[in-house]
Ligand binder design. Sequence first.
Ligand code: PMP
Length: 345
Amino acid sequence: MTESAHSSLPGWSNPSFSMPGAIGGTPLIRLRKASELTGCEIYGKAEFMNPGGSVKDRAGLAIIEDAEARGLLKPGGTLVEGTAGNTGIGLTLVANARGYRSIIIMPETQSREKIDFLRMIGADLRLVPAKPYKDPGNYVHVSRRLAEEEGHVWANQFDNLANREGHRQTTAPEIWHQLNGNVDAFTCACGTGGTLAGTAMGLHDAAKQAGRKLPHIVLADPEGSGLYGWVKNNDLSASGSSITEGIGQSRVTGNLEGAPIDDAERIPDTEALDIIYSLLIDEGLSVGGSSGINVAAAIRTAHKLGPGHRIVTILCDSGARYQSKLFNPEFLHSKNLPVAPWLKS
Ligand code: PMP
């Protein structure tokens, strides 16, 4: 990693004064209600404060720096990626700052806000119908084929280990430092698995080095994803669905392989939405769906571990990215989901 944000004291110094150097170093916020409810200390890493507005800025930067170091990405080069949106945003902004172009392939079901933002920042955005991974028309395969055919660099966030390595080298040491090594558990949902695996591995690295107990790692999964069953009984089959975006998975990605996962929680949308609304109205924190899933899993983990533990999770992106969904009464009604009282007109 060449950016200063990825140096020994991650995130807190930026002598190069570049935009990519401003990625990371995010605050850790004590979630008051969740902490009071459980008798634990529950913290959210405010990844929505990254320049591109999500935790995926870290993956975008790590993947680009890795491709540069390997000599794959040359000045004026083009990156191609299949993404639910946030990785596309992170990659495009870093690409803009470094003089590359980006082609972003995204399922058309993702939020209007992410689509508009990608267009706004100059990504060459190509929407494709949402298809399962086993279908050749799935956005990941479309992006791989396009990169191969046109000779571009394929970011390949799902299986490119530079993704989780970025979190191992930045997210985890930041959390460890912010809590002086007092981390009992970490909960996190998975899209690529980069955030969960990299942060879990980095927290374990730090705990081993300090001779402390290894933090308990919990995978947070929405309905319709196979990972809960995979952790619980090695069975990836799943049923149901979720309105959350960017998380849930039907396969064990390269980034997830070998991750030290102790347990899993499956969280219904109703539980995540309750938390999202409470974080907003009781604590002034605007977050998206995956953050709700993550905090729900942190609360369940706190109840399981008992009072007095310190539990960390990720606030992946902002609620503003989902105004047309999570905060839109019409959309919520159509999904039979509860509408927050202040949103009812
Ligand atoms: N939350 C949101 C909002 C995301 O966009 C993503 C990535 N698609 C994730 C969580 C999951 O992160 P990761 O890919 O590191 O598993």
